[in-house]
Design a protein around this ligand. Structure first.
Ligand SMILES: *Cc1c(COP(=O)(O)O)cnc(C)c1O
Length: 435
């Protein structure tokens, strides 16, 4: 396996360590093959909002697998999950299930180009939309941590149809649209950017993109693979009150099993095969295991007083209220201990997705875009990561990833994490003799 891994960020290469191999996950915790336990903030990079091996998800998957894992025929669970999503996301009355976020975005771009008959796609620097050829230009996540500005293996002909703008810069988007408007099929954006760490859209930014796309007959795609059901039941589009034409989903809607989806209004989605001419298919798409794992997770999030929520302390409140409280506790704890240790730190957060940016010499007071994120002190993050790992806390091994809190995390977990962080900030200040 290249780099010993199935996905690059898992290699720990950017923090100068060997990867940890995990034996099991339970609730908010991971146990590695050597028997070490960690409070986990990777949470499989987002899907596990209910925690590892949630009893309800486990039971639902076990029950389903005894009835078969894939039929190559329709099953009722697809309808149930599609109906659930449509019920909480008004912009997604129609949906097509696929097997990953990457596949959802690939298909959404094809639909946008098919529906408009135009070639160009606008993307924001730092947004990560999976390893889609056309969008692997200044892409965040592992592509920033391990990649090159754009990956080898992608023909110029593909990249030439991608236009780049900085996130949070409406004037730049305006300029691109006024120059290329008639040729732009779609603008795609993470409405809350999570793949260079968490960066919120500035007030009015998404509304400007909405207006630009409408004015120029282009399709607005929100990539909510990370934010969908993470920041609110209705996703970032509910929080930000801006409706895209196409929404990409993944991660949480599969409850820890491989899944993706893209959806939008009827006349657009009816362009997709077999209703329309835009071809897209999948052997395991909508398989009942992923559907039931996702559906069970979404129901946990929806039921305010779920008796079977992840833990007793969290069982009687709205899931997103619980997640917000835990997120806020972690944010303030980190800010306080960083200040005490005199480590320059900017913590950015939306609910249960959070990133402490080690701003170092840059002196930045907020991170608004890709350039700001790249100016962070990744060596400081690497030292912090290692100290936290030693202190029993599993973080993403890169400055450019969001941390995720789940319903299985407790205030005690958060407080222990903050305690470990207080020590880790001291380690950040002492660059070890690097060998
Ligand atoms: C994770 C992610 C993807 C890719 O999803 P995969 O299932 O890894 O292919 C796409 N877009 C965003 C915003 C993501 O966070």
């Amino acid at each position: 396996m290249p780099g010993g891994v199935s996905s690059p960020v898992r290699s720990f290469k950017s923090v100068g360590l060997s990867p940890v191999f995990i034996k099991s996950g339970q609730g908010a915790y991971l146990t590695d093959v050597d028997g070490n336990n960690y409070v986990d903030y990777v949470m499989s990079y987002g899907p596990l909002i209910a925690g590892h091996a949630h009893p309800a998800v486990r039971a639902a998957v076990a029950k389903q697998i005894s009835r078969g894992s894939s039929f190559g025929c329709c099953s009722e669970l697809e309808i149930t999950l599609a109906t659930f999503i449509a019920g909480v996301m008004p912009g997604v009355p129609m949906v097509r299930f696929v097997n990953s976020g990457t596949e959802a975005v690939t298909s959404a771009l094809r639909l946008a180009r098919g529906a408009t008959g135009r070639p160009l796609i606008v993307k924001c620097a730092g947004c990560y939309h999976g390893h889609v050829d056309a969008l692997l230009v200044q892409a965040g996540s592992g592509a920033t941590t391990h990649g090159q500005p754009s990956s080898p293996g992608i023909p110029d002909a593909v990249i030439n149809n991608t236009l780049l703008v900085p996130f949070n810069d409406a004037a730049a988007a305006e300029a691109v649209f006024s120059q290329h408007g008639g040729q732009i099929a779609a603008m795609i954006v993470e409405p809350i950017l999570g793949n260079i760490g968490v960066v919120l859209p500035e007030a009015g930014y998404l509304a400007r993109l909405r207006e630009l796309c409408s004015r120029h007959g282009a399709i607005l795609i929100f990539d909510e693979v990370m934010t969908g059901f993470r920041v609110a039941l209705g996703g970032a589009q509910q929080l930000q009150q801006v409706q895209p034409d196409i929404t990409c989903l993944g991660k949480i809607i599969g409850g820890g099993l491989p899944v993706g989806a893209y959806g939008g209004r009827e006349e657009l989605m009816n362009q997709v095969s077999p209703a329309g001419p835009v071809y897209q298919a999948g052997t395991l798409s909508g398989n009942p295991l992923a559907m039931i794992a996702g559906l069970t997770t979404l129901r946990l999030l929806q039921s305010a007083a779920a008796g079977d929520a992840a833990n007793a302390a969290n069982s009687s409140q709205d899931a997103y209220v619980v997640l917000e409280a835990l997120g806020s506790r972690l944010q303030h704890g980190l800010e306080k201990s960083a200040a005490r240790a005199e480590v320059p730190l900017v913590v950015q957060r939306c609910g249960s997705m959070i990133t402490p940016f080690f701003t170092g010499q840059s002196g930045k007071e907020s991170i608004k875009n890709y350039a700001d994120a790249l100016a962070c002190d990744t060596q400081a993050y690497a030292r912090f990561f290692k100290a936290m790992l030693d202190g029993g806390v599993m973080l993403p091994p890169s400055q450019f990833e969001a941390w995720f809190i789940s319903l299985a995390h407790t205030e005690v977990d958060i407080d222990q994490t903050v305690e470990a962080a207080a020590k880790a900030f001291e380690a950040v200040k002492q660059p070890a003799a690097q060998g």
